[in-house]
Design a protein around this ligand. Sequence first.
Ligand SMILES: C[S@@+](CC[C@H](N)C(=O)[O-])C[C@H]1O[C@@H](n2cnc3c(N)ncnc32)[C@H](O)[C@@H]1O
Length: 256
Amino acid sequence: MSQPLSTETIYNKQAASWSRSEKILLSDFTARPRVIEALGDISGANVLDLGCGEGYVSRMLLNRSAGSVFGVDASSEMITQAKKSAAKEKLPNSHYAVGNAVTYTDFPTTKFDHAIAVFLFNYLKIEEMTEVMAKVKNLLKAGGAFIFTVPHPCLPFMKEEAPPFYFEHDGKSYLDGIDQTFEGEIWRRDGVPVSVRCVHKTFSHYFDALKLAGFQSLPEVKELSVTKEHLKLDPDFFAPLEGYPLHVLFKVQTND
Ligand SMILES: C[S@@+](CC[C@H](N)C(=O)[O-])C[C@H]1O[C@@H](n2cnc3c(N)ncnc32)[C@H](O)[C@@H]1O
């Protein structure tokens, strides 16, 4: 049996398909705008973007007056693309580094105003996710927000393996699939699929990990799906997902 590709290899191979300057992936419509909305006013804020990929969300933040963004990603190709796009868009306050979010320590500052992790935790096991959350907790200023999105834990068990988004669950159940990797695909509106992965967790794991990491307040939780606006914009693309929970957004605030 062939070994599964490493996350770095998957993203190094498909960095060109992720590179974009406008909404094209399903989740550019269904998730990323909600991250921006949840952050609220970010004028002048220094934001940490863990698992930043090719920097699409970082650039959105800088174009909305964030003071600076520091992005870390395990894929060197994604970081190369991020640096190229930032240079092209003349965004000098973006800084990127190749690194594993679990072990990375070389941050340019000891405190950030806010932190995001947009579809990073679906690549990490529960223990690794908890370590990253604890690191974020220590890196955030008092009152800072940590916002992350993950695939909805029920999606693999609810939806068939078909475009424009799915995860295989390989016969595993919601409970015996915990910490197992589910392979999946998410589509771009131009018909190009990209490979994605989900290390399966249940809702409890996200709450427990935040608590273990030292976050004291309850997170805000939003279950994201396609909206009437998406269906109006492109019924052929979005209709197969109508009624399914696609992603979950968590927002937690530091008090101290
Ligand atoms: C689904 S992509 C999302 C990229 C970006 N956040 C966005 O929203 O466009 C997931 C990213 O997480 C990165 N990643 C996965 N595991 C990682 C890890 N342990 N440390 C850092 N980055 C990781 C991948 O290389 C990939 O770029």
